[in-house]
Design a protein around this ligand. Structure first.
Ligand SMILES: NC(=O)c1ccc[n+]([C@@H]2O[C@H](COP(=O)([O-])OP(=O)(O)OC[C@H]3O[C@@H](n4cnc5c(N)ncnc54)[C@H](OP(=O)(O)O)[C@@H]3O)[C@@H](O)[C@H]2O)c1
Length: 335
């Protein structure tokens, strides 16, 4: 099978598409023919060994100290069950599924093996692109707004980084909950975040967000702009600061301060199902920056590294390029 392989940490060019042996599903595992996967900030961070400040040593222990332990990146996928290992009762060959592979990764390939308990059935009304696109940012936004905190009707919510994978879902999930959403973004994405449900937009290019005059019930920082001290100034007395893009100092704040939350978002199948239902009924839009064949994955990594992708970049491993650069821009495509 073809897979995007990397054998050393570094820039996007360390990734190359090659023939490799297909992974074999073990007990409780499913092999999925991957129709869509996403290149996420997490993939780019692991590829470059560029982890949030303070997390480098523990991340290298997890992913490989001097070189990567696993050679195929990718944690989100949508596709069709191709074979099942022993003790898998929930899924059968030809089922349409989607899910997240966790630290095992391996979804940037034509075939990927995922534990069955990390998969859900893909609703027929949701495309593979949208299913793979919503999972990373959607589950993160869901965990921070519905598990680590509780967004409620009438809350005032500030989302820093409203057009990214996490931010575009945070804006929408907060608006769906009935919150009044202010999104911080660049001027070029202002109209986009308004269409996602933001009532107010702040251009970070012309405004110092730490000096905003308003106070919020929830402040969701998906960029790493805020610290405990600067974020606290933006909060109502009972408000909560959600440090999605926090470093080790942020994590310690979250563990010690009553009104700060941080840490890693769990990849929960119940959250995935809730998100897919929202996509299926048209309430939640999946922003696709672009969809590209596997051959264009290096360019996809470059776009992620820019820090300015719009929503998600989806890779279609089954699609063969028809031209030398078959990837097509689909900015602001929605389900
Ligand atoms: N805690 C967790 O479990 C968890 C899970 C997932 C992700 N994360 C972290 O969350 C962060 C965001 O991930 P993502 O996938 O959403 O990234 P992304 O898709 O690359 O989005 C980044 C967004 O930030 C915006 N941006 C850049 N500079 C900004 C600034 N100064 N102020 C406001 N917005 C700015 C960009 O918009 P413009 O183009 O308009 O500049 C872009 O839309 C990453 O650091 C990632 O590691 C954490």
């Amino acid at each position: 099978m073809r897979a995007a392989v990397y054998e050393r940490y570094g820039p996007p060019e360390v990734v190359s598409v090659r023939e490799v042996p297909p992974p074999v599903p073990g007990k409780g595992e499913v092999r999925v023919r991957v129709h869509a996967t996403a290149v996420t900030v997490a993939d780019a961070r692991i590829r470059a060994a560029r982890f949030p400040r303070g997390f480098g040593p523990s991340a290298r222990l997890a992913f490989g100290v001097t070189r990567p332990r696993r050679h195929v990146l990718g944690s989100c996928l949508s596709g069709v069950v191709e074979s099942v290992g022993p003790d898998v009762a929930e899924f059968a060959i030809d089922d349409e599924v989607c899910g997240m592979a966790g630290s095992r990764m391996g979804t940037h390939a034509e075939l990927a093996v995922v534990s069955a308990d990390r998969l859900v059935r893909k609703p027929t009304g949701v495309s593979h692109d949208d299913a793979a696109g919503v999972l990373f940012g959607g589950t993160t936004a869901w965990q921070f707004l519905h598990v680590k905190s509780t967004v409620s009707q009438g809350d005032r919510v500030l989302v820093v980084g409203g057009s990214g994978a996490v931010g575009s879902n945070a804006v929408q999930l907060a608006a769906i909950a009935g919150a009044h959403v202010t999104a911080v973004t660049s001027a070029s994405n202002a109209d986009l975040v308004r269409r996602l449900g933001a009532s107010e937009v702040v251009d970070y290019g012309s405004t110092d967000i730490t000096a905003l005059p308003d106070r919020y019930d929830l402040v969701v920082d998906t960029v790493g702009t805020l610290r405990r001290a600067t974020g606290r100034r933006l909060l109502e007395p009972e408000g909560v600061l959600l440090l999605v893009a926090g470093d080790l100092v942020g994590l310690i704040s979250a563990m010690t301060a009553r009104n700060v939350r941080g840490g890693v978002a769990a990849e929960d199948t119940a959250d995935m199902t809730a998100l897919l239902d929202l996509v299926d009924d048209g309430s939640l839009r999946v922003l696709l920056d672009s969809t590209v064949p596997l051959n264009d994955i290096v360019a996809a990594h470059r776009t992620v590294d820019s820090g300015h992708k719009v929503g998600n970049i989806v890779v279609r491993p089954q699609e063969r390029p028809t031209t030398p650069a078959a990837g097509h821009a689909q900015r602001e495509r929605s389900s």
